[in-house]
Design a binder for this molecule. Structure first.
Ligand code: ATP
Ligand code: MG
Length: 325
């Protein structure tokens, strides 16, 4: 069984960290086939479209996609790509690693973000110049689906579940989110806590060790997972998976990082860990574990890219990971 992986580096450091991950995949010699796809700012300059149809087809017809980042065109690229894989859940683990300076070394969190609704459903309007609106969508179906996924994930890790919300203000929409999740919890006899997302932002900084899986509406998941990146040593470390019923897309949480793009110093960790998540998703559990172990050893012993306080290049760090595989 040889799976086809769509590989879309995109813009900025995506073009540095995705090839690093592909080097590692090549080394593993799993017989995967890689098909390169184009998307992002440069693709728009070249073709007039940030996300050409053929890239969408490629993603739809692949077994999984590895994506880097898109710059200014991010919303035009990543939101349709997440939709192309039918992704309803965005998994964002944020944990601290020995060897990397972290504000809170006890942090070991996984954000499970609802990926189809909330304010990201994209229903925005300009009523007239100076007056704009945004419509949120929250449905019972999507909220139950993310709840089932989140409770399963937490059960596997033996983690507590915290549901982030702001139902005291957004009574209808976040109220629905809570009600649906409560329905699923009741069916399964699962335990969980709820937390107002503003208070949770503070608690996550003060006592991240108290939390495990954090189940979030779309925008809250985006913001709280970046906050958690700050706890563990930066965006260069955080992987993510966009999971659909039959397809999935894996990408670092960070963006195109134009401030360091082209210098060859981007930290490959986030993308390599996203690749480990992809391998596990495809059923290569042992290989995923091996990749993770090689990354962890490299984080502990170096070499480190500048964001981690070192002076290694992307290539140096990638070679070190490969040597430890
Ligand atoms: P975008 O609009 O594409 O999201 P951005 O300017 O928001 O771009 P991010 O990629 O989100 O940039 O990164 C935010 C900060 O974190 C930048 O200073 C960037 O250099 C740093 N950063 C992000 N990813 C990495 C990485 N892999 N290695 C090193 N530094 C990184
Ligand atoms: Mg950004």
């Amino acid at each position: 069984m040889s799976e086809t992986i769509a590989v879309i580096p995109g813009d900025g450091i995506g073009r540095e960290v995705v090839p690093a991950a592909v080097r590692i995949l090549d080394e593993l010699d799993l017989g995967l086939s890689f098909v390169m796809g184009e998307a992002g700012d440069d693709t728009r300059s070249d073709t007039g479209e940030a996300l050409p149809d053929r890239t969408v087809r490629l993603v739809e017809n692949s077994d999984a996609t590895l994506f880097g980042a898109a710059g200014e065109t991010a919303a035009d690229v990543i939101l349709p790509l997440r939709a192309a894989v039918g992704s309803f859940a965005n998994i964002r683990p944020a944990r601290a690693y020995p060897g990397v300076d972290a504000v809170k070394p006890e942090t070991d969190l996984v954000f499970i973000r609802e990926n189809t609704e909330g304010v990201y459903a994209g229903i925005e309007n300009e009523i007239e110049p100076g007056i704009t609106t945004l419509t949120r969508v929250v449905t019972d179906d999507a909220s139950r689906r993310i709840a089932r996924f989140g409770f399963d994930y937490a059960a596997e890790r033996d983690d507590p579940v915290t549901v982030a919300h702001k139902a005291n203000v957004m009574r209808a929409t976040d109220g629905q989110f809570l009600e649906s999740i409560d329905g699923v919890a009741e069916e399964r006899d699962a335990e969980y806590d709820t937390a107002l997302m503003d208070a949770l932002a503070m608690q996550l900084i003060m006592q991240p060790e108290e939390y495990g899986v954090v189940l979030c509406p779309n925008l809250a998941g985006d913001m709280l997972s970046d906050l958690a990146a700050g706890l563990v040593g930066g965006l260069g470390l955080l992987p993510s998976a966009n999971i659909g019923a039959e397809n999935a897309l894996f990408e670092p949480v960070h963006g195109s990082a134009p401030d360091i793009a082209g210098e060859g110093i981007a930290n490959p960790t986030a993308t390599v860990l996203s690749t480990a998540m992809m391998l596990e998703h495809l059923g290569y559990d042992d290989t995923g574990t091996r990749v993770r172990a090689a990354v962890e050893e490299t984080l502990e012993q170096g070499p480190h890219t500048p964001d981690l306080g070192g002076s290694a290049s992307t290539e140096d760090m990638t070679s070190a990971i490969i040597n430890r595989l």
